[in-house]
Design a protein around this ligand. Sequence first.
Ligand SMILES: Nc1ncnc2c1ncn2[C@@H]1O[C@H](COP(=O)(O)OP(=O)(O)O)[C@@H](O)[C@H]1O
Ligand SMILES: [Mg+2]
Length: 570
Amino acid sequence: MIEFFKEYLPYLKNYKRKLFLAIFGMILVSISTAAVAYLVKPVMDKIFVEQNVTMLYILPIFVILAFFGKAVGSFLSSYYLTFIGEDVVRIIKNKMLKHIVSLDLDFHLNIHSGELISRITNDISRIKSAIASDAISFVRSFFTIIALIVVVVYQSPKLALFSIVIIPMAFFPIKIISKKIKILSKESQEQNSKLTSSLSEIFNNYEMIKAYNSQDYEQKRFEKENLNYFKINMKSVKQQQLLSPIFEILGAISIVSVILFGGREVLITHELTTGGFFSFLTALSLLLDPIKKISNSYSKFQIAVAANERIKEIMMHPVMIKTGYKKIEKINNLKFKNVDLLYGNKKALNNINFTAKKGEVIGFVGDSGGGKTSVVNLLLRFYDPSNGSIYIDDKDLKYFDLKDFRNHVCVVSQRVYIVNDTIAANIAYGKDRDDKKIQYALEKANLWDYVKNLDNGLDTVLDESGTNLSGGQRQRISIARALYRNPDILILDEATSALDNKSEASIMKTIYAIKDELIVFIAAHRLSTVKNSDKILVFEHGNIVCEGNIDFLKETCESFKKLYMGHNLV
Ligand SMILES: Nc1ncnc2c1ncn2[C@@H]1O[C@H](COP(=O)(O)OP(=O)(O)O)[C@@H](O)[C@H]1O
Ligand SMILES: [Mg+2]
């Protein structure tokens, strides 16, 4: 818990004025509460025992003032601490997303998106409630306890000794219960992530679920996880609620002993006035509430501590692909030298060697699983080679500024990401909008004829899943997006496989028209896509088995011939 505070305390620096008001509010609450307890004495003694009529009119004013102070203090502390809590959480969410998107592709492939969503939403909101409500309750109760103890001790130090011993007695159950709550809370958050993951899977694969009639199967799977979640939460609630009866019992013990011993002092030894006794009793019963609250918020804090551990797991996750510092003007040539790539223990590429220079189109062919996309992953520096190196203009790729490098490389793959925005925004994606250039890119991607006839033209809004576009049109959006960036290296990874032969041919024509200015890599199944490449690399089980232009391969490469058996290779 101390760790938790250490981490979040620095954030509080930005809220000095608000923090001051919140603490002022808390002190006001505690003093007012103590005042209410203290006032019982004069009310009893002056009004009822001494029958003083002036006091009958004066004391209520003080009582009202005390309650008013409590109300104002309560508002100030709750409002400003909630403000701080919400704001800190907002900042952490931003930081978290920033870190998550900076993490390597490998990290994202190995974690479910639902899990990340759950951490960024659920876990963080648990921290918010810790800062905003549990911390308020904790600190406010702490001040109130101190103020009430002052009243208790002031009225009767001897009686105070009897009653306040319950505070240390309460310590052990709190300690044990809090520990249990922390463990359960972590379980509950993990289970919550599973639920979110399961939901996002269902919503993302809705078409398949309908088509395969697997609604019942998915429903059962969800219900099982949901029931687990419920069970874990109930266990945790049970622990939290156990605190309450424990305190009731301890409270009853102390009140009974006060009545017994205090009563004796009033009736027999006359060391205490009736008013003093009731003031004491009021303070004592008022004490029970903040003690209960303080233990409650302490145990609830464990929920936030558990959430924080899960958030830290992500925030501490290291970025393996580190950026270099060299800037790029223009990429003129590229070389793979003895490159291996391992995914975990699995070798995906073995001793890859090739060169490419500006103006060349390089084709990648081979069975699926051959390693074509893995080379693309290396070209984008999604992964670094496990062995060997990649050189850009004879310098190791690792030394270049990663962002700058990726600005010079564009990839179009089978997976097309459509943003819920206009066509223009989808093409300019992340860059400034320039309608002339957008039109040019769309023309080159063979989509302009379609776009110009739309009612809203470039301003037509595309929906996220791209349902107002056909598969081929989506693909062409993504090709236009790549062309708009004017890259030095353009990679098409099965990018035209969703297109009909005619559209594909027209895009290939475009690419050959601009190829002098860049290096183009085309990974494809269809022979027609790569047949005009300056060089074709044939992949087989992570090796390049042959290399050359189509005429050369037709003559010499057995693997190539096997791959296109039945095709008219002449
Ligand atoms: N992220 C990954 N983690 C583990 N193995 C992978 C990963 N990506 C690809 N592979 C494996 O690496 C091999 C090469 O895959 P890939 O490069 O995608 O082939 P291609 O694009 O030629 O079809 C395959 O056996 C594939 O299962
Ligand atoms: Mg592939």
